[in-house]
Design a protein around this ligand. Structure first.
Ligand SMILES: Nc1ncnc2c1ncn2[C@@H]1O[C@H](COP(=O)(O)OP(=O)(O)O)[C@@H](O)[C@H]1O
Ligand SMILES: [Mg+2]
Length: 211
């Protein structure tokens, strides 16, 4: 049986990495083989692109960024994701195409339709079976990831960017409600964990009925 493809989305500090290991254990306890991966990244090329896109000194044009991310995604699908799914392994991926809609389209202003065209071109209809969107207020996410509460002027400008990113994520979730499930990630760890547990349990029993 083909593995399932689960993606985690949300702003930095939303809690994706924190809950990823719990998700993996949830599945492994049920005898499922799991591959954990991430985007940008997941392959040698992808990790180099990650460096370029996230760490590059001068910011790339937002469309260059989009094209690079999709080039890396093509390799990631071909070399890692598709072979794992075919072998019955479940793939847990920390960010995927919804992040391109959120950051490059929502945040940076790349046309939504261009991202959609690249999505069709690169993915040939492959989509996650389930996406957990960790929805967090940008100020909460930033405080968690930087442990700093008061923004300076530059960070305030950045806050507007992250608000647009969040809105785009939520727009995606509204467009594809069956696949994308929104988790309120503003609460404490147990509150977030309970929501994930409920969603994953429901998903697991739905798909294991078809085995
Ligand atoms: N619900 C939460 N409440 C409090 N702290 C959290 C919560 N979720 C995550 N954190 C903390 O915030 C930081 C960033 O979390 P992380 O899982 O790395 O986020 P992400 O991978 O989404 O960027 C970590 O130090 C983590 O322990
Ligand atoms: Mg993380």
């Amino acid at each position: 049986m083909r593995g399932k493809f689960i993606t985690l989305e949300g702003l930095d500090g939303a809690g994706k990495s924190t809950h990823l290991s719990w998700l993996r254990r949830f599945l492994e306890r049920r005898g499922i083989r799991v591959k954990v991966t991430r985007e940008p990244g997941g392959t040698a090329l992808g990790e180099r692109l990650r460096e370029l896109v996230l760490k590059g000194g001068k910011r790339l044009h937002c469309e260059t960024e989009t094209l690079l991310v999709f080039a890396a995604r093509r390799e990631h699908l071909d070399k890692v994701i598709a072979p794992a799914l075919k072998a019955g392994i479940w793939v847990l991926c920390d960010r995927f195409t919804d992040a391109t809609y959120a950051y490059q389209a929502g945040g940076s202003g790349v046309a939504w339709s261009k991202v959609a065209a690249l999505e069709r071109w690169v993915q040939h209809g492959t989509q996650p079976d389930l996406t957990l969107l960790f929805d967090v207020d940008p100020t909460v996410g930033r405080a968690r990831s930087r442990r700093k509460k008061r923004p300076d002027r530059f960070e305030s400008e950045q806050l507007a960017f992250f608000r647009r990113v969040r809105e785009a994520y939520l727009r995606r979730a509204e467009e594809i409600p069956r696949r994308m499930r929104v988790i309120n990630a503003n609460g404490d760890l147990p509150q977030v964990r309970r929501q994930i547990e409920a969603l994953l349990s429901a998903f697991y029993s739905r798909v294991s009925r078809h085995v």
